[in-house]
Design a protein around this ligand. Sequence first.
Ligand code: FES
Length: 160
Amino acid sequence: MSVLSEHTRHEIDRWLAKFPADRRRSAVLAALREAQHQNNGFLTPPLMDAVAEYIGMPAIQVYEVASFYSMFETRPAGRVHVSVCTNISCMLCGADRIVDAVERHLGITTGESTPDGKFYLKREEECLAACNNAPMMMVDHVYHESLTPESAIKVLDGVK
Ligand code: FES
């Protein structure tokens, strides 16, 4: 029996159909996203191996893709992903105070998840192209800009 669920395989097939038959590897991002979704938000070596076999590409290349792109996780993580930008504009506008406030509020450090599995303080993010409203953070792909430590906490407290 495949490690990939029937639904995951169905979704991968849908993506494979969009590409020429000799370009199956073009579906690797979508395939990994589906595999990750199947497994509560993170990829395991057996899942990555199964994706490699299913779309016919070397496992090492699938591992490379999974470890390169920040939307893939290779270990369990909290449900809500929080990334504080600490690149130059945000740094100059006080990103370190945002990181401090968020870490203290959640009781974890960057790279960790809260014990209840709700929040994952994913990483100090590179520039997310919202420099004109620095400092900022991204919560599940939603931008929150012109932050203060207080408003950052308010954003987190408002997450269901
Ligand atoms: S430096 Fe933070 S959004 Fe550009």
